[in-house]
Design a protein around this ligand. Sequence first.
Ligand SMILES: Nc1ncnc2c1ncn2[C@@H]1O[C@H](COP(=O)(O)OP(=O)(O)O)[C@@H](O)[C@H]1O
Ligand SMILES: [Mg+2]
Length: 248
Amino acid sequence: MIVLKQVSKSYNGKIKAVDQIDLTVENGEIFGFLGPNGAGKTTTIKMMTGILTPDQGEVLVNGYDIVKEPLAAKRSFGFVPDDPNIFPRLKAVEYLRFIGDIYQVPPAERTERIGSLTARFGLADALADRIQSYSHGMRQKLMIVGALLHNPDVWILDEPMTGLDPRSSFVLKEMMREHADSDKTVFFSTHVLDVAEKVCDRVAIIDRGRILFCGTIEGMREHVRSNSSLETMFLELVGDAGNGEAQA
Ligand SMILES: Nc1ncnc2c1ncn2[C@@H]1O[C@H](COP(=O)(O)OP(=O)(O)O)[C@@H](O)[C@H]1O
Ligand SMILES: [Mg+2]
């Protein structure tokens, strides 16, 4: 479970990138965080994961306050950042062992999970290669494997489908569903609305740092009083603000 209470953040004291957000992500659901470029998705996720400290408000992950109990909170989630370009000179297997050590995964379990997760994503044969030789999609998959290595209850994924081929994207969606169905939490951001419409139990739409809607897609149809696709409703809600980055 993830709870955000009245969370705000501005960069350099300027416009609020995130403006008094309240969100609750329940166990057992896949929650999609949607919004145009520059809406504040990554900033919110960085506060959830303890990379940025909120100017105001409180974030609880699995009941732990990310500011006051960072280690307990961090043990309980796995995080896939939006940029998978890290440790280029490590071999993939070295990276995964390193992550396993940080999260104190016992060696036998570590080997077993590296084997099963990389097999599922078709990375098993590339484990001995350096990350710098990996394609963007392969790096993305490696980040996902690393994030799930310690079998966290809460998954926090920033644009996880970016660069994934159709098969890997299918595998990830399947894994997200299995995880939520075992009463755990999946939170991910995306601007790919087709994916969100298919996999999310609930979504929130953020624009210019504020939540415009939070609920089921069916609930959104009632909210905007139409029977439209998520894309149409999204465009209606976000209005002309589709290029928030340019305006910010
Ligand atoms: N490090 C930073 N310094 C200054 N402004 C930033 C920084 N990171 C993001 N921003 C600004 O904050 C806003 C929200 O960005 P971000 O959270 O990355 O949006 P999203 O992930 O939804 O595309 C944007 O206006 C962006 O330009
Ligand atoms: Mg982002």
